[in-house]
Design a protein around this ligand. Structure first.
Ligand code: MF3
Ligand code: CO
Length: 249
């Protein structure tokens, strides 16, 4: 495994890519509403991406057919936008990636459609909190297991399960670089973080168990037990101080 460190100049470009991703997600969050087809979200994402001068990270990646992943309720990740109509009370994970000047940005948010249940809301808040805990652990000299452990501890303390079969990842010129970043782990293990490493942290939390299954479309990943799932992701850089969140709005 070799983790590619980026120069400050490269990180500045990645911040621009990240900014495009954040801007598109913000726009999607402002527009999502009951009655909308998930495909409409992909169309908005494509249009906004074009306006901002970025290219899609996802479209064509291993044959993926859209710009955006839209994963509803028990869908965890990699939902393909289509004819599905969003209903009041749904929770929707929006995962988006952009390339700008040769570098990638990758982020995800989970948003509620109209009014959602208290249980769903607590899951969404915990998933965002778990990401925040992970980010707070990213610093020079920390080990990757510390980051994974922080995410897991936070999520499980809130009573939720972390998905084990999908992970975060290093990111740079490629969307997926070393290392794999599980959302569970053992402190004081794994690679030592160095200045210039850029990581996509992406906890996926389920109300029920951690097991997953993949639909016959070969993309959509959902909880094996049908329970709700939420997902948040940021692209973050290791700096001399606190982690720099490159996909912050
Ligand atoms: N954001 C996802 C990830 O981190 C990528 C979506 S997979 C794709 O792995 F096929 F849609 F690109
Ligand atoms: Co990712």
């Amino acid at each position: 495994m070799s983790i590619i460190t980026k120069s400050e100049r490269e990180i500045a470009i990645m911040r621009q890519a990240g900014n495009i991703v954040a801007t598109v997600l913000k726009e999607l969050k402002s527009q999502i509403k009951p009655g909308m087809k998930t495909k409409e979200l992909d169309i908005i994402a494509e249009r906004e991406l074009k306006k901002l001068g970025g290219q899609s990270s996802f479209k064509g990646y291993r044959g993926y057919p859209a710009n955006l992943c839209v994963s509803v309720n028990d869908e965890i990740v990699h939902g393909i936008p289509g004819k599905r109509v969003l209903q009041e009370g749904d929770i929707v994970s929006l995962d988006f990636g952009a390339v700008y000047n040769g570098f990638q940005g990758d982020a995800a948010i989970t948003v509620g459609v109209g009014k959602i249940s208290d249980k769903a809301a607590s899951l969404v808040i915990a998933a965002e909190g778990a990401l925040k805990q992970g980010i707070a652990t990213v610093r020079v000299g920390a080990r990757l297991g510390d980051v994974s452990y922080a995410i897991q501890q936070y999520a499980e303390a809130k009573g939720f399960a972390v998905v084990r079969e999908y992970t975060g990842h290093g990111i740079g010129r490629d969307m997926h670089e070393d290392p794999l970043i599980p959302n569970y782990g053992v402190p004081h293990t794994g690679p030592v973080l160095k200045k210039g490493m850029v990581l996509a942290l992406e906890p996926m939390l389920n109300i029920g168990g951690w097991r997953t299954k993949v639909d016959t479309d070969n993309w959509t990943v959902r909880t094996a037990d049908g329970s709700l799932s939420a997902h948040f992701e940021h692209t973050v850089a290791v700096t001399d101080g606190e982690a720099a969140v490159l996909t912050a709005v």
